[in-house]
Design a protein around this ligand. Sequence first.
Ligand code: SF4
Ligand code: SF4
Length: 293
Amino acid sequence: MHEIVIISGKGGAGKTSITGAFAQLAENGILCDLDVDAPDLHLLLDPEHRTEEEFWSGNEAVIDQDVCTGCGQCVELCRFDAISETDGRFTINPLQCEGCKVCVTLCPAEAIEFPQKHCGDWYVSSTRFGVMVHAQLYPGEENSGRLVTLLKQKARQMAEEQGLDLVLCDGAPGIGCPVISSMAGTDLAVVVTEPTPSGLHDLKRVAELCENFRTKVAVLVNKWDINPAMTEEIEEYCRSRGYVLVGRFPHDRAVVDAMLERKVITEYDSGPLAETLEEAWSDILNLLKTIQK
Ligand code: SF4
Ligand code: SF4
């Protein structure tokens, strides 16, 4: 079984549109949306939840009002100004609490509890292109890396149980925690970039991250025709680093139109636009065959 993650050094490079098309072209695979902070693959694939589970992680300090004596010491102890008093009642603002546990340890009445947090939910769903594992982390919640690891484990387990040979992941933008977690055990990272100075800059950052994980890198330049000279520069850089170029995708209004109809590009268009992605997908599959497990 192989695992591919589609990433981009930044948001807005067209990663999810391209992943959606690959989801249709992929056969025998499990789909996985690892952008747990701001998932959007579901907007294209319209998943129907088969199972829904809570994600609990991290801890939060909570004052038990029945035990609290109102001494006020916790307000002084908290370096993050997370604890306040109103009309003699002490409460903790979860958005300001850093979970340092100082108040929990030093409250003389042992009135502060430290339970795990319900940070989000994750799902196994049916889509018109097969099973998808995905999640939604609640706003401001941390531990996205742990949730990404959980989703990947579930997707791999399902692929093995069902005798499927591919896990296709839509990764998060940037190079933060969820992207780092999505790299673990991945065979191939397909980096979607665009021909701008920031596109090249972000490609370098995320590809360097892939190299640290010894993950093979393939690159697809989206909207290549808005700046052919920059596309050349990006491709030259890729060749110099040994990254595989799997295609150039043009700027085309049909991409937006497809999205408005909640279709992937290869459903919406059957002409040269779709052919470009089919060729890129074919190159990716051929590349996978060269990667030893
Ligand atoms: S230190 Fe403990 S007992 Fe004192 S106000 Fe804070 S929670 Fe209440
Ligand atoms: S756990 Fe730390 S940050 Fe949170 S309220 Fe207590 S002292 Fe403040």
